[in-house]
Design a protein around this ligand. Structure first.
Ligand code: GCO
Ligand code: MG
Length: 406
């Protein structure tokens, strides 16, 4: 028997960047935390939780995680979508946290126990010029990483998502302010340039380092097929988000032309968004983040579907996914056989102070730790010193001024 939920509070803070945190408290004083951060739309999830979900949680039994998920998902006419699913995800993770703390076990033990000892991580290396990128990849490998996502500049442009001229180790794409900055983008120039860059990186680092690359939804199906083909000798671990995720059948054309492994799914929110790609085996890796796809309970089902079709899991984990979601994903990763890799950009030390965590990184691998629950705390007093500030990802236009995908 667990005591009922007596409070559900939503805290939005900005220790270097915005995070939305749900704090669920039970009558016997157990506190569970969930992450509800949706980059650039933080306050809409905060309101969804505060105004519509929190009142429904009061008096509920926190042990009934699946029932609460079903209640919040099926009990509202307007299903799916990032705002709804981030809110449900935050509740779900907070309840798993409470369950773990109540029984004194880390969440992965409640999910069936460990199927592995540690979780392979990848991080980002960026450099505008190829030489700069190679230096960054080498420096990142020296920090222990065995898998690295490599992004470079494009001649003729000033910015490329996550990279800018003279920017060294990369930049935080979400800029503070009430409106996004505008960047100029040219897919043709990118496709001409990037295969040569990645070939040089591969040549320099040798065959063993796992290299990844993110195309950020900016190619046509035909361009994506050509790029995948051009990158085959680079032997990428994956090529990510080649085309926008809405029109999924185009991946068949890409697949028919290249053996470069494809990863997609960071903007997906439910199993139904990924179902076709998985059952048709149009991708090799599914990238949903715990926070954006309804929490541990739902993503676990999605990963189980993927297992049937030999699709492996590599969740989204940039620094706009809070340390709570990263921790929750690691628990799921420990207990999921087809889990392949976790994106891990690391956090500013201040973020780790606000969210003290049991998870840790060592020699290329992440582990969730053995603290009861998810193992990520939240220092509310410190968080209160960093209030929300509007921040947005840039938008991109083509050379002729039309909007393109981010
Ligand atoms: C990645 C992503 C991020 C997203 C960002 C959006 O693969 O890490 O593409 O860089 O763009 O998380 O909020
Ligand atoms: Mg991405």
């Amino acid at each position: 028997m667990t005591d009922k939920i007596i409070a559900a509070d939503v805290i939005v803070c900005s220790p270097t960047r915005n995070f939305v945190t749900l704090k669920v408290t039970t009558a016997d004083g157990v506190v569970g935390y969930g992450d509800a951060t949706l980059n650039g739309r933080e306050l809409s999830v905060a309101s969804y939780l505060r105004d519509h979900v929190a009142p429904l949680l009061i008096g509920r039994d926190p042990a009934r995680i699946e029932d609460t998920w079903q209640y919040l998902y099926r009990g509202v006419y307007w299903r799916r979508g990032p705002v709804t699913m981030a809110a449900i995800g935050a509740v779900d993770v907070a309840l798993w946290d409470i369950k773990g703390k109540t029984v004194g076990q880390p969440v992965y033990q409640l999910l069936g126990g460990a199927v592995r000892d540690r979780i392979l991580a990848y991080t980002h290396a960026t450099g505008w010029e190829t030489a700069e990128l190679i230096d960054q990849v080498v420096a990142t490998r020296e920090r222990g990483f065995l898998a690295i996502r490599a992004q470079a500049g494009v001649p003729g442009l000033d910015n490329v998502y996550g990279v800018h001229k003279g920017g060294g180790e990369g930049y935080e794409p979400a800029g503070r302010g009430v409106a996004p900055v505008e960047e100029v983008w040219d897919t043709d120039a990118y496709i001409r340039h990037i295969p040569g860059v990645l070939e040089q990186v591969r040549e320099h680092v040798g065959p063993e380092l796992k290299l990844l690359h993110d195309a950020h939804h900016r190619l046509t199906p035909q361009q994506a097929a050509r790029l995948g083909k051009a990158l085959e000798d680079v032997d990428l671990f994956w090529l990510e988000d080649v085309t926008p995720a809405e029109n999924q059948d185009v991946l068949r054309l890409v697949r028919n032309h290249t053996t470069t492994p494809l990863a997609i799914g960071e903007v997906f929110n439910t199993i139904w968004d990924a179902q076709h790609l998985i059952t048709e085996q149009l991708i090799d890796f599914i990238r949903v983040a715990i926070v954006h796809a309804g929490g541990i309970s739902h993503v676990r089902k999605l990963f189980a579907l993927a297992e049937v079709y030999q699709v492996r899991c590599g969740p989204h984990g940039p620094s706009d996914v809070s340390p709570i979601s990263l921790g929750a994903g690691l628990h799921l990763g420990m207990a999921t056989p087809n889990f392949a890799i976790q994106e891990y950009m690391g956090y500013d030390p201040l973020v780790s102070e606000v969210f003290p965590h049991a998870w840790s990184f060592d020699s290329g691998y992440l582990t969730p730790g053995d603290a009861p629950g998810v193992g990520v705390g939240f220092d509310e007093v410190l968080a209160a010193r960093y209030p929300y500030e509007p921040a947005y990802l840039p938008v991109a236009r083509r050379l002729d001024g039309t909007m393109t995908d981010w």
